[in-house]
Write a protein that binds this ligand. Sequence first.
Ligand code: FAD
Length: 458
Amino acid sequence: MSKYDVIVLGSGPGGYVAAIRASQLGLKTAVIEKESLGGVCLNWGCIPTKALLKSADVFNYLKHAEDYGLTVKEYDKDFTKVVERSRGVADGMSKGVQFLLKKNKIDVINGFGKLKPGKKVDVDGKEYSADHIIIATGARSRELPNLKQDGKKVIGYREAMTLKTQPKSMIVVGSGAIGSEFAHFYNAMGTEVTIVEFLPNLVPLEDEDVSKQFERSLKKAGIKVMTNSSVEKVDTSGKMVKATVKTKKGEEIIEAEIVLSAVGIASNLDGIGLEDVGIVTDRDKIMVNDWYQTNIPGYYAIGDVVPGPALAHVASAEGITCVEKIAGIHVEAIDYGNIPGCTYATPEIASVGMTEKQAKEAGYELKVGKFPFSASGKASASGAKDGFVKVIFDAKYGEWLGCHMIGAGVTDMIAEAVLGRKLETTGHEVLKAIHPHPTMSEAVMEAVADAYGEVIHL
Ligand SMILES: Cc1cc2nc3c(=O)[nH]c(=O)nc-3n(C[C@H](O)[C@H](O)[C@H](O)COP(=O)(O)OP(=O)(O)OC[C@H]3O[C@@H](n4cnc5c(N)ncnc54)[C@H](O)[C@@H]3O)c2cc1C
């Protein structure tokens, strides 16, 4: 039996990052993976979707070339090649993880891992043992009982990024990041898209101002938006799928070639031996403490299988924290109040911290500032005037409570707010940090200035 210091079950951004950090800290490490290295993020999530969205962006630029004084006489899309490019990017990233694991002298064990008592893992009949076993088995698309995925007419995200032909029409159920990104992608490529969202606002976790702006932008782009609505049932017997949608005004039947179910994720907990070992779970998640230790000593869990935002950067941060603690390093627990979330549609959305509503409910007295990109020189020059930056400060002590952005490139801009909040910066310190001109990032400085009544360009 092979013996390790650390065995990681699953090689997503939680697992492979934990393994590399463990190896850096001198721990003999193995990763067990049943599919491609890199997990959902690299193979079926963050990366392939961004490749698809890039194609949509380029296509949109071509459509609007005249706005920039350019004549493009002929252009067209090749859906198959767009998908092929996305798959190629994903494969390249997966090979990159393979390289990194090899470089860090980490053993990769291919196969389905099942936990055993006594800090062992069985992989297809062969046993491995370790002092520390980290569960990082991730998640899959969640299925609703009334929206069973058949992989053809009612699909999940994996099928949505590998369709052989582009559907003429699509109903996207759920407007979180995954649903919104696919809705934007397919709409930009020419599919007729309807989004059905159960809650009153699109991207319901975001600040209401952002949700409202997003809805306006999607409608302007030609997407049909149905909020306060739920798909009650689907009839897949005909050529088109007939979806019965319950709205505030009653039931409506809408038709499309394909229904994409984007209603969240379900953790990969089945068959991995949690019951044999006695590891406690609650509502589809493994219960852990601040250091990702389960109730059974020597077994840990990170990433999408534990409570908290299901995001790649969270999984990685949890993996690093978990392993550093195992190695005896003094490490701070993760601050789940300072995690950025991004949606890469057009316009992009990025946010960190409390929404205005949450901050009010928490009893803060607020200073709120907003700067629209319509007043930004860089946004005007770029033809990207939709959107804004909104900042929320505590009026009493100046704490930066939240930052919410919608517009071109904001997913790259949110890091400023994350770092500022981590360093407990105040609004006036942001104002005194000179931002380069002309950039979209000036909007952060201007929004802060607006909160303090010092805005220049409004
Ligand atoms: C369409 C889509 C887009 C997304 N976009 C973003 C984004 O832009 N930004 C972002 O931060 N997040 C994004 N996410 C979320 C992100 O992909 C996940 O939060 C992240 O991958 C979770 O990492 P993980 O390591 O916990 O698990 P995963 O990435 O799910 O990896 C788990 C791995 O474990 C393997 N595994 C499972 N069970 C076993 C077993 N028993 N034995 C061996 N191997 C096993 C799986 O095959 C898989 O490779 C997106 C998700 C989706 C679906």
